[in-house]
Design a protein around this ligand. Structure first.
Ligand code: SF4
Length: 237
């Protein structure tokens, strides 16, 4: 798959065994940080934190990215093998993480699946969260079916104009809507444990951008009409 990479909607066709793709990812997994993270939505961070791994690079590249240092093509990060990353997952579980939270990993999906298979064999028992910009290929998400318990996608824009202006992706919504359809198909409606932690489901995030309240309203109407009570919504201000 990495010889003619089509993992994300950019479909740049890079041979990642020889060079980096448009997103900046090569053949090795690169990650910038792995830690207990308290600042996700409350049913994900809980009291102990979410066992979060921030992958380097991103296929979207929003102008307002808060993780610019790790998301750009020339981003900072460290190469890590699937075996070592599986050990990281297990150590986060030992530290009390409520889940394993994979942040912006679309460009590493084949390696993530290999890592999860290793970690499960070694005893990983936590739910796995796939934290995404929403700019995803359905075929790539289908590879994750059975490996992911909670999807945490953004639904960033209704307007293709703003998607082009701020994320260089006029086709954002054309990919995000079927991607979220696939996520909801895989997880079903939200399920919580007795402590209010999310065990399974899809949480759609939307970041309100200054001056774009009209776009936010359209996104929220679209979420309500398409997915209704099958999803949770996190509105970030
Ligand atoms: S994930 Fe990266 S390398 Fe693969 S198609 Fe997208 S931009 Fe290209």
């Amino acid at each position: 798959m990495l010889k003619n990479c089509q993992l994300c909607p950019r479909a740049c066709g890079a041979d990642r065994t020889k060079s980096r793709g448009a997103c900046g990812a090569g053949i090795e997994i690169e990650a910038a940080r792995a830690s207990l993270h308290m600042w996700e939505e409350p049913p994900i961070s809980g009291t102990n934190g979410s066992g979060t791994v921030f992958f380097s690079h991103c296929s979207l590249g929003c102008v307002f990215c808060q993780n610019r240092k790790i998301s750009r093509r020339e981003a900072e990060g460290q190469n890590i093998t699937a075996d070592a990353l599986a050990k990281t997952f297990l150590s986060l579980e030992k530290k009390g993480a409520h889940n394993i939270n994979l942040v912006t990993g679309a460009h590493y999906v084949p390696q993530i699946i290999e890592t999860l298979q290793i970690a499960r064999k070694q005893g990983l028992s936590l739910p796995v969260v796939y934290n995404s910009s929403g700019y995803e290929q359905v075929e790539t998400l289908q590879l994750l079916d059975g490996h992911i318990d909670i999807y945490l996608p953004d639904y960033k824009y209704y307007s293709s104009y703003y998607a082009g202006l701020y994320s260089h992706a006029e086709d954002y919504r054309e990919f995000a809507v079927p991607a979220i359809d696939e996520m909801v198909r895989q997880t079903g409606a939200p399920q919580f444990d007795k402590n209010g932690l999310l065990k399974r489901g899809t949480v759609i995030r939307h970041l309100m951008l200054p001056g774009l309240a009209g776009d936010t309203a359209q996104v929220l109407r679209d979420i309500a009409s398409r997915w209704g009570d099958s999803v949770l919504v996190s509105l970030m201000r």
